[in-house]
Design a protein around this ligand. Structure first.
Ligand SMILES: Cc1cc2nc3c(=O)[nH]c(=O)nc-3n(C[C@H](O)[C@H](O)[C@H](O)COP(=O)(O)OP(=O)(O)OC[C@H]3O[C@@H](n4cnc5c(N)ncnc54)[C@H](O)[C@@H]3O)c2cc1C
Length: 570
């Protein structure tokens, strides 16, 4: 039998991916005949920011893990590649790579239709709870289910409309480190969702039987589990078991009155001594996000704190998404966005930033949203899919907690200087916001699985040679996808981050789901970053080990695309 995509059968060594070996066969115009009663249908694909689109790929909606294995064997035998898709909200080309793939034999697997079961399971010692969940479940449904049993997680991404499979694939994070005096709570991690994984049930190649099978791997005893817990698009996962901790209500206070100069002041400066730096808030409550609209000088600061009781001034909320003004674009903002995009009036970026700030400031006051209290998941999710669809770059800067303010201040100084000098030249590459959050690393000690190791490709895998690093500053800069000069701006910013946080007092890693490896004109294109910088940010041994496991689990590269072929290799 021939291997995937026309490559002769047998194990492919790392780096010899099928797409590199042979021109892929074109997809048929009639629906492919799928195994076991599965029906193929055409579906368009549009990722979050509309940067990766396809007018119609063949797809199906698998019902069980066995369906996934049957599909893998069918794909292997017929020269197709499989791409699981959740909500398609990812930015980076991990599902499909765009129009270049238009004729290729790529079958999308929609997990959201049937793979949505959840049940509590007996937790291991050291965790109050555990849940078995299929990968098509949304984070909103998962956390609501957990909350119904008094359980919760510490970190989630801001939107709840993302699937578990999609977020584990990219090592999804929220924002939290221990506040001063806070002790770790059993079952929780300050790291990513992937660090909650106790077992992974995935489709993998069984070499002895020469077939793809469904197999369960356990954290601590099977290193396949740690490879699959954050596989960056190189796995096919049916379900996972996650540990969970006791749910504790949160309070979220918003401020829009502090200047960026003060919040991001360099450590030791006069402004930093007033107790209002980003790091001061982090020490006080452990959970902070700064949203800094372009060309404005007062960020929207959100500060969450653990709060078993409702503080007298806080308004109780019973649902997530409590900032409606940031979920549906108000008219003044929409008008400016319309002019920027429709008339190429990019010089309106400062007015656009100011309008967004005004909407946030007045919206917070008008909706009594500056001080909220409620179940954790109701405060952890605060972005709906109706929010502005911008493009984003993304990096995690790993460092010591004591150096967070240094990282933040260096970034802020560079960013505002860039905006200033470019504006003076009549260039406005950024019209969205900067988002800064801080999370813990994926410490194995926070896993209840005995012998656990960090997820191998976790963005916040603790660097072996930097044991003193204990947190990561997550930085994103957002702008409208077609903004002129954005790629060049992002490229320069990336070079600044890589050069400034080069592994000395801080280390830059790319955030899998977002934009990185910029050239002047494209994201995910700088081969030096893709082929050298990213792997070396993990350490050559660590990178090779992860890729080795993923290649062994899928030696025929059924799960992957042209981009993962270039990225996930040694
Ligand atoms: C507005 C917005 C805000 C965001 N905020 C955050 C944030 O706060 N923190 C954060 O970490 N991320 C954030 N993200 C990024 C988000 O977490 C990722 O893009 C995530 O991958 C999206 O999930 P999805 O269900 O849409 O996955 P998709 O985009 O559908 O898929 C993403 C990847 O996962 C793979 N995949 C999906 N299901 C499976 C499966 N069952 N088995 C194997 N692979 C699978 C896909 O093949 C693809 O490679 C945000 C995204 C948006 C759009």
């Amino acid at each position: 039998m021939g291997g995937a995509l026309g490559v002769p059968g047998g194990v492919l060594s790392s780096g010899a991916h099928p797409s590199a070996a042979a021109a892929p066969a074109a997809a048929p115009s009639l629906p492919p005949e799928l195994p076991a009663g599965l029906e193929a249908y055409r579906t368009p694909y549009i990722n979050w920011a509309g940067e990766i689109t396809h007018h119609g790929l063949w797809a199906c909606a698998p019902r069980t893990g066995q369906d996934l294995a049957d599909l893998a064997n069918w794909a292997h035998g017929n020269g197709w590649r499989l791409r699981a898709r959740g909500k398609a909200h990812n930015w980076s080309p991990l599902t499909i790579t765009g129009p270049t793939e238009s004729d290729q034999r790529v079958l999308l697997l929609d997990t959201t239709r049937h793979l949505t079961r959840m049940e509590l399971v007996t937790p291991p010692a050291g965790a109050p709870g555990a849940v078995r969940a299929q990968t098509g479940v949304t984070l909103e449904a998962l956390t609501e289910f957990l909350a119904g049993h008094g359980l919760g997680v510490t970190n989630t991404p801001a939107p709840g409309e993302l699937t578990l499979g999609g977020t584990l694939a990219i090592d999804a994070h929220g924002t939290s480190v221990p506040a001063t005096g806070e002790t770790a709570r059993p079952g929780h991690t300050y790291g990513t969702l992937s660090n909650l994984v106790l077992s992974v049930t995935a489709v993998v190649w069984d070499a002895a039987r020469s077939t793809y099978v469904v197999r369960t791997f356990h954290r601590g005893s099977d290193k396949e589990c740690e490879a699959l817990a954050a596989h960056v698009g190189r796995g096919l996962v049916a379900e996972v078991v996650l540990q969970a901790g006791e749910e504790m209500p949160l309070r979220c206070q918003s401020r829009v009155d502090l200047s960026s100069d003060e919040l991001f002041a360099p450590p030791g400066s006069a402004l930093a001594g007033r107790g209002n730096t980003f790091a001061d808030f982090l020490d006080r409550s452990g959970r902070v996000e700064a949203i800094w609209f372009a060309f404005t000088d007062k960020p929207w600061l959100k500060v969450w704190s653990l709060s078993p009781e409702r503080p007298p001034t806080a308004r109780t909320v019973h649902h997530p998404y409590n900032y409606p003004f940031s979920d549906s674009v108000p008219t003044p903002v929409a008008r400016l966005a319309g002019r920027m995009l429709g008339e190429a009036a990019w010089y309106l970026a400062p007015a656009f930033g100011a309008a967004q700030y005004t909407v946030a400031a007045t919206g917070l006051a008008a909706t009594f949203a500056t001080d909220l209290w409620g179940a954790a998941h109701n405060l952890q999710f605060y972005l709906r899919p109706t929010t502005l669809r911008e493009t984003a770059n993304g990096y995690a800067v790993l460092t010591r907690r004591a150096d967070v303010q240094r990282v933040v201040s260096q970034f802020a100084a560079y960013y505002s200087e860039q905006l200033r000098t470019r504006a003076a030249r009549g260039e406005f590459p950024v019209n969205g916001q900067v988002e800064i959050r801080v999370g813990g690393l994926d410490r194995p000690e926070e896993s209840a699985a005995p012998g656990a190791r960090p997820p191998l490709l976790s963005v916040v895998r603790p660097p072996v040679d930097r044991p003193e690093f204990d947190c990561a500053v997550w930085i994103d800069v957002l702008t409208q996808p077609t903004t002129p000069g954005a790629h060049a701006f992002y490229r320069d910013l990336e070079r600044f981050l890589l050069a400034t946080f080069d592994g000395g007092y801080a280390l830059t890693r790319v955030e899998w789901s977002k934009g990185w490896a910029y050239t002047d004109t494209e994201a995910w294109a700088d081969q030096e970053v893709i082929g050298t910088t990213v792997p070396s940010s993990y350490g050559p041994g660590q990178w090779a080990e992860a890729i080795g496991v993923l290649d062994r689990l899928d030696p025929h590269s059924v799960f992957g695309n042209a981009f993962t072929d270039r990225l996930l290799r040694v």
